[in-house]
Design a protein around this ligand. Sequence first.
Ligand code: CAA
Length: 258
Amino acid sequence: MATILIDHDDTVVTLTLNRPEKLNALNAELLGELAAAINALPTDASVRCVIMTGAGEKAFAAGADIVAMSEFTPVQAKAFADLGHGIGRALEQLPVPVIAAVNGYALGGGCELALACDFIYASDRAKLSQPEVNLGVIPGFGGTQRLARRVGEARARELCMTGDTLTADEALRIGWVNAVVPAAELLPKVREVARKIASKGPLAIAALKRVIARGADVPLATANELEATAFAALFGTHDQREGMRAFAEKRPAKFEGR
Ligand code: CAA
């Protein structure tokens, strides 16, 4: 059975983590299939937005597979962490947005995958934590860094040091997730947001994603320069001319990604 399900509906691809009997715990097989699925996306120009979610009602992903990790040597643990980090980087470098639809537990590595997505919508049943300290380790797929950037360093320190689990509403309050939606409405709502994003100019969306991500790593003046350069480059595109012409003609724009 595939550990990643891929559903392509018009312009939106949904990737589903699929080991529901193990709460979608992330083993090397699942991570390998996920990396392959993500790496195949940029070759398909029809894809304008991606959704990542978990199979079953209980979990997005309850973390890295503890059974698989328990006998790791440091060298194996580093290779496993590199696999997770590679996926985080691949998600960030995709030219299209990725929305995490967190339908249940997002713990440890599961939460770290969600944090590498552009933003998170959570079901009202979701629970989020970085519980690695309970196992005598620390987050290994980027949680120490991305959680701090998402909710602030002091809150991230507290969450990672206590391993506390937050409800979806608590996570919403600190900006860990963008919205909380009744469980049955989560995927329809996320699909609606994905389709809205997919209807915008894809070159503008790709530029936005790149500028926001790269801008976070450099001084403000450099980040603003990145923005101005990307803004200017869009004026060489068909989509800019079409978008502004459509405004003048009072009709919806038809973007072509060129
Ligand atoms: N790894 C491996 N198997 C897991 C798992 C995990 N992270 N999480 C759940 N499972 C398995 C359980 O062992 C169980 O399998 P069996 O039926 O074969 O016994 C099955 O999934 C169902 O889980 P539970 O019976 O435990 O379900 P529950 O509802 O009683 O509890 C839970 C749910 C609170 C999420 C509990 O499963 C749990 O605490 N899981 C571990 C969470 C965790 O510590 N995650 C962090 C992992 S470390 C990490 O991710 C490192 C990193 O940063 C890369």
